[in-house]
Design a protein around this ligand. Structure first.
Ligand SMILES: *Cc1c(COP(=O)(O)O)cnc(C)c1O
Length: 489
């Protein structure tokens, strides 16, 4: 069939483009376990591959997909692979991806029930399942967001509105100027995205009270109690389920009691740690978490949903709705039983995130989720044990969940040298290309952070990765010894 030169997006091209995408996606999935965990192309190469002048004439859709794959593949990180431990990221599970393909093809505008009936109901049902699986209070309302940053934002917006309402102020109508100040208390290791959410809401990053934390990053509940004893006016306490370095959990029961005794609102950032609630053998870690008032989590981390999918749970459903509701005259509202997604998260036009979420919850089931979490925690312990057995490698925390931090050069008295050894070892590990880990500055020291969270990881991946890390450390150490010897000699 000849192509109409005025319309390069004709039907034949569209079909070929979809088939090309399907073929490439399957090839990517097949090669998942053998792909390099680090991107091969650098910035300049990617700019050359994607760059060029503005395309004046259109191009056949299938060619465009081929070009996209050729340009992108060298610049892909192995975040969906089995040996990526650098950040707390999920692995875009194929079941969620398949549902996501259809979501895109169906092109539903999922803000309202009337705009996307199936999308709204899939989301409503998935939200109820999540409340059950995560053992949160039945009365919670749920917003399906683009991630935990937005979930923190939604929950804290609800908190702000509810607390000011109790103080006789309608923040949704009258804004923040003139309202009683709300004091925000959080552990000094709170995630950067919590500070961002506070900033979006007009709290200001610096206008918070930072509570000291213990060696694993848990908020010191005694110090919180002392700080709250001096508090007056409305207050929010933000606790954490799953510290990004150590995986540690705050003492929710105690923190909730302290917060509620002062009439405060307890929010929990549980981007990945809230999933411990879904795993019977881990649930003791999150003991008392159901006493909080709101909870943020991600589905694109431990549930392995394709990006972007997060969840905000708010016990006070009215406060949640007042904070997020969008009413437009041209949008009929669902009614009593029907839930319109746009009342629970910031966006109006949006992707039907409920389809992938629903599909993943069906595919894993409650038991499958619990088994995956259990397995990742066991794999984390396995890797930490292998590393800790090597002289000169120090694992900094007990691996209760799936996260741990490592410092190289144990036994060396000079912390600056240990920093340098740690950075050099991480660089070597990345260059070796077996697995991916990153370094971060934590408590004024360089550490290597390990997060075992992507679904395809196996024991073999863990062992190969630990061997690569140990080999990198031995090389770094040997070079360092040679330098010392040269310096002395
Ligand atoms: C990942 C993470 C966030 C931010 O979540 P996004 O999905 O990246 O927006 C917040 N808190 C913690 C503890 C996290 O691990």
């Amino acid at each position: 069939m000849s192509r109409d030169p005025r319309d390069s997006l004709n039907k034949t091209d569209a079909r070929a483009a979809l088939e090309a995408a399907y073929r490439h996606a399957l090839a990517f999935d097949d090669a998942r376990a053998t792909r390099a965990p680090n991107a091969a192309a650098n910035f300049d190469a990617l700019m050359r591959a994607f760059g060029g002048p503005v395309p004046e004439a259109g191009s056949p859709a299938d060619d465009v997909i081929e070009w996209l794959v050729a340009a992108a593949e060298p610049g892909l990180m192995g975040t969906a692979g089995p040996r990526f431990f650098g950040w707390v990221v999920g692995g875009s599970h194929p079941v969620g991806v398949a549902a996501d393909w259809l979501t895109s093809m169906w092109g539903q505008n999922a803000g309202s029930y009337h705009g996307a009936p199936a999308g709204a109901v899939a989301e409503q049902v998935a939200a109820q399942w999540l409340i059950d699986i995560l053992r949160l209070p039945r009365e919670c309302s749920v917003g399906i967001t683009s991630g935990a940053t937005m979930s923190n934002f939604v929950c804290l917006a609800a908190a702000r509105g509810a607390l000011l309402r109790r103080a006789g102020w309608d923040v949704e109508a009258d804004g923040m100027f003139g309202a009683s100040p709300i004091t925000v208390y959080l552990g000094c290791d709170a995630h950067a995205s919590v500070f961002a959410a506070l900033r979006y809401l007009g709290f200001g990053e610096r206008r918070v009270v930072k509570i000291p934390v213990d060696a694993a990053g848990r908020m010191d509940a005694g110090a919180l109690g002392a700080a709250l004893a001096d508090a007056n006016g409305p207050l929010i306490v933000i606790a954490q389920a799953g510290h990004i370095v150590t995986g540690a959990f705050d003492a929710f029961r105690e923190i909730a009691a302290l917060t509620h005794a002062r009439g405060g609102w307890l929010h929990v950032d549980g981007a990945f740690g809230l999933w411990a609630q879904a795993c019977p053998s881990k649930a003791r870690l999150s003991d008392g978490i159901e006493d909080a008032d709101s909870w943020a989590t991600d589905a694109h981390k431990w549930l392995q949903a394709p990006y972007e999918c997060g969840c905000a749970f708010v016990r006070d459903a009215n406060a949640h709705r007042r904070a997020m509701s969008i009413d437009a005259s041209y949008l009929p509202t669902g009614g009593d039983e029907i839930r319109d997604p746009l009342h629970y998260a910031p966006e109006l036009s949006r992707r039907a995130r409920g389809f992938a979420l629903w599909a993943l919850l069906r595919a894993f089931g409650r038991q499958g989720i619990a088994q995956m979490i259990e397995r990742h925690c066991a794999l984390g312990r396995r890797m930490a044990a292998r590393l800790a057995a090597e002289p000169g490698i120090e694992v900094l925390n007990e691996v209760e969940l799936n996260q741990f931090a490592v410092r190289f050069g144990a036994g060396d008295e000079d912390p600056a040298r240990r920093d340098a050894l740690t950075l050099a070892t991480v660089e070597r590990i990345q260059a070796a290309g077996v697995c991916y880990v990153g370094a971060m500055r934590w408590r004024d020291r360089e550490v290597m952070r390990v997060s075992v969270i992507a679904w395809p990881a196996t024991e073999d991946d863990i062992d190969r990765s630990a061997e690569s890390m140990i080999a990198a450390w031995r090389q770094t150490n040997a070079r360092d010894d040679r330098r010392d010897a040269a310096a002395i000699g």
